[in-house]
Ligand binder design. Structure first.
Ligand SMILES: NC(=O)c1ccc[n+]([C@@H]2O[C@H](COP(=O)([O-])OP(=O)(O)OC[C@H]3O[C@@H](n4cnc5c(N)ncnc54)[C@H](O)[C@@H]3O)[C@@H](O)[C@H]2O)c1
Length: 383
């Protein structure tokens, strides 16, 4: 067996996403499973170069996982010939300049979303990468969730007939940080630090809607900062300046209407933290992170509105579980494997910087819609 080692800078590895999903659950998990196999029998072997700001934290992570390649000097790491990929999971605001440096150093780039803070910057990065001839990718992990994969299977099998609408509910209560610590980093709640639920979630909604149902043509959004004061990691109270909830309607190609609520100020009375209900002429389905349940038109009950009587039907029990029929691996890992095959073997990979820029664009236009109180059309983006 031939091993093809590939050096990958993992910048922001001390953060929530960088450490858990990308280092541990993706790159190290790929090594544990023997590397990414190519058709000729070669196995791609990721070699992580941990990059961050804190020597103590980097050393601690490296030792915990038996790694020895780490540095606080990004420029030095980018100058290395044995490093071919730059990966970014830093806070969003630090991303653009680091990616620009990586592209200038001739590295292929894979990054967390959002690609940049505004569309112009995202497109500029996409153009710079094209000029430099490097390959690019942006994390679109939700596409690889078991629930959405099963939903895609229903779509591909023609289960819905004509899709009419999508209703999505995302969110949970993020603690304020005083009487119980917050479960998300405080920068998410400060606009000046790149926070806000629109910037965070609309890039996800863009690729979920575009890949499953049709390109987004217009957006109408209302946003709110429901919890205006929070307490940060150091116990200091701060003003929440970013939106923590967004109530949005997206109009898609082909006439599908998608209505998605995103909120960090909502308590969960659902089966999963995100759920999408899809209604079509022939059937409906409700997909979450892991589960997907469906109801065909032939078995749809006929409820009659009568508030004088107690509900007699158990509506949830009238849906059928869509079976897994396959093993679903971690979505971040699956996408990493695809990107590595793209870089090493030239396999197709469509979740590139231009795809990432479309996500940034939807967030930007969602905020315009909310600020100006109007429906905003989403123009086609091209390089
Ligand atoms: N794909 C997803 O589902 C998903 C989920 C959450 C977050 N994200 C994205 O991942 C990125 C990181 O989010 P996170 O939740 O891991 O954040 P985090 O705060 O846990 O980690 C941020 C990382 O950036 C580093 N950093 C570099 N410069 C910094 C600076 N000036 N200030 C603060 N930190 C700095 C930190 O050291 C840390 O390693 C964000 O861009 C976010 O949008 C993606």
């Amino acid at each position: 067996m031939t091993r093809r080692s590939i050096g990958i800078i993992v910048n922001g590895v001390t953060g929530r996403m960088g450490y858990r999903q990308h280092l541990v659950r993706s790159l190290l998990a790929i090594r544990e499973s023997g590397g990414v196999p190519l058709p000729d029998g070669t196995r791609i072997w990721p070699h992580p170069v941990l990059v961050g700001r804190s020597e103590t934290k980097l050393r601690e992570i490296a030792e915990r996982h038996g790694l020895d390649d780490w540095t606080t000097d990004l420029s030095a790491a980018l100058a290395r010939d044995d490093v071919e990929i730059y990966f970014d999971a830093q806070v969003t605001q630090q991303r653009e300049k680091a990616i620009r440096a990586a592209v200038e150093a001739g590295k292929h780039v894979y990054t967390e979303k959002p690609l940049a803070e505004d569309t112009a910057a995202a497109l500029d990065l996409a153009r710079a990468a094209r000029t430099a001839g490097v390959r690019t990718g942006v994390v679109q992990d939700k596409l690889f969730l078991p629930g959405l994969r099963k939903l895609k299977r229903l779509l591909d099998g023609g289960f819905f007939g004509q899709v009419l609408s999508v209703r999505g509910e995302f969110g949970y209560w993020v603690f304020e940080g005083d009487w119980q610590p917050a479960q998300r980093p405080s920068w998410n709640y400060r606009a000046e630090d790149g926070g806000g639920i629109v910037v965070d979630m609309f890039p996800h909604w863009h690729y979920v809607l575009a890949e499953l149902f049709g390109e987004v043509r217009a957006v109408s959004a209302t946003i709110a900062t429901h919890v205006p004061r929070r307490v940060d990691e150091a116990g200091r109270p701060y003003q929440a300046t970013a939106d923590d909830a967004a109530y949005a309607v997206f109009e898609l190609d082909g006439g599908v209407i998608a209505q998605l609520n995103s909120s960090w100020a909502v308590r969960v009375f659902r089966d999963e933290l995100v759920e999408f209900q899809v209604d079509g002429t022939e059937g409906s389905a409700v997909a979450g992170l892991r589960r997907c349940r469906a109801q065909h038109r032939a078995v749809t009950p006929k409820p009659v509105w009568n508030p004088d009587l107690p509900v007699t039907e158990d509506f949830r029990s009238q849906w059928t579980e869509v079976p897994d029929n396959e093993d679903f691996d971690n979505g971040f890992k699956v996408q990493w494997e695809a990107f590595l095959r793209h870089v090493v073997a030239g396999e197709p990979f469509r979740w590139d910087f231009l795809a990432g820029a479309r996500g940034v664009q939807l967030a930007e236009l969602g905020l315009v819609s909310a600020r100006e109180g109007r429906r905003v059309e989403v123009p086609e983006l091209a390089l």
